[in-house]
Design a protein around this ligand. Structure first.
Ligand code: EPU
Length: 340
């Protein structure tokens, strides 16, 4: 186990912020973590478990220990005629795993192509895109409790998945390090093209015969057209969650803005795209020096280079305030802000 002091995290956060942590340790196995726990490292100072850093905004240097989850592995643990169960190391790159599944003709995660980050981060916030959420293919995960070092298995119910939510973002925040995730993938996939944009893109591409690869390619094309590539422009995907409001509230907004998009939810709630609300408030494409709001997707805040986390945070707060003032809706961040 090797401790790296005063480590620069610029390449380890997709906002590309010049942030430093006091210490960094790469966790490559459960045994590495055992050592860290038994030496009481986690009791001495603040710590943070880092995967791909794709859902994180550092507003300052980190005055503690970063545990960089680099646990690898891809194993088939079970297989029958219809399904395959794959156990993945939490440090595996998510998109590479998606491509690997597609090569093997295993369906279920092709709609989640090109999402930045690691496998371990996927259940944390129940990643979702284009009509599919991780919870739909999730079987179980293994995680180590960081105080005593006990390994625990969580099934889907125990993860308490919701929209961009799991228990690891709530009650168990910072209490576990996820070591592996097992997915149940289908050998006889049903293609999910319910999301309008996928359907349209497949048509534009002249695809008549559906395949996992065709869907993945369509998703990649949509993402590339709307979302900035974090390797070129720093960002963490959607900065806020799409809010749910009551139908009455939605109707009040619609009286003034007849084109407001909304998706009906159970119990008379409606989900409204935060990107639309932010765009209505005039923020789309706005730039403040080195940072700003993306020109193709108002839900994405960007760092054009040399931006500061504090400024991005301030921009987010200003956006929040103006959406609240105009629509009486309080947006909640999807990204984790560190320190909170
Ligand atoms: N819209 C605007 N202006 C904008 C952006 C969006 O008016 O600047 C409106 C449009 O009506 C558009 C609608 O919002 O049709 C939905 O936009 P989009 O399809 O881009 O999806 P989103 O709701 O903004 C969510 C996820 C994305 C995911 C896409 C596709 C959240 C917070 N975000 O975005 O996830 O890729 O759907 O499924 O739920 C992420 O979590 O980081 C992420 C990128």
């Amino acid at each position: 186990m090797h401790i790296e002091n005063r480590y620069l995290l610029k390449d380890y956060n997709t906002f590309g912020l010049d942030i430093q942590t006091d210490q960094l340790i790469r966790v490559r196995s459960a045994e590495d973590l055992d050592q860290i726990i038994s030496k009481d490292f986690l009791k001495e100072k603040p710590y943070l478990v880092l995967g791909g850093g794709s859902n994180l905004l550092f507003t300052d240097n980190f005055p503690g220990l970063v545990l960089k989850n680099e646990i690898l592995g891809r194993d088939i643990t079970k297989e029958d005629q219809d399904f395959v169960w794959v156990k993945l190391g939490a440090g595996e790159n998510w998109h590479q795993v998606v491509l690997w599944a597609i090569e093997n003709d295993w369906g279920g995660i092709e709609n989640l192509s090109l999402i930045p980050g690691t496998v371990g981060a996927a259940p944390m916030q129940n990643i979702g895109a284009y009509g599919v959420e991780l919870a739909q293919v999730f079987q179980s995960l293994e995680a180590i409790e960081l105080e005593e070092g006990n390994l625990q298995v969580f099934n889907g119910d125990q993860c308490d998945f919701g929209y961009r939510y799991s228990i690891f973002k709530g009650e168990l925040k910072n209490k576990y390090l996820i070591t592996s995730v097992t997915l149940k993938l289908s050998k006889k996939p049903e293609f999910n093209t319910s999301y309008g944009a996928i359907h349209n893109t497949l048509q534009e591409q002249g695809i008549t015969e559906l395949s996992l690869k065709a869907i993945s390619k369509a998703v990649i094309a949509i993402r590339e057209s709307k979302l900035p590539d974090p390797r070129k422009i720093g960002n963490a995907g959607s900065f806020f969650k799409n809010p749910s409001i009551t139908k009455d509230h939605f109707n009040t907004i619609r009286n003034e803005h007849p084109t407001v998009p909304g998706y009906n939810l159970p119990n008379n709630y409606v989900k409204v795209p935060a990107g639309w609300l932010i765009e209505q408030c005039g923020w789309k494409g706005k730039r403040r020096g080195n940072i700003g709001v993306h020109k193709n997707q108002a839900l994405v805040l960007v760092n054009y280079g040399n931006g500061h986390g504090k400024d991005i945070h301030k921009l987010a707060l200003d956006i929040q305030a103006s959406v609240e003032q105009s629509f009486n809706i309080l947006l909640t961040p999807e990204v984790n802000i560190v320190p909170a």
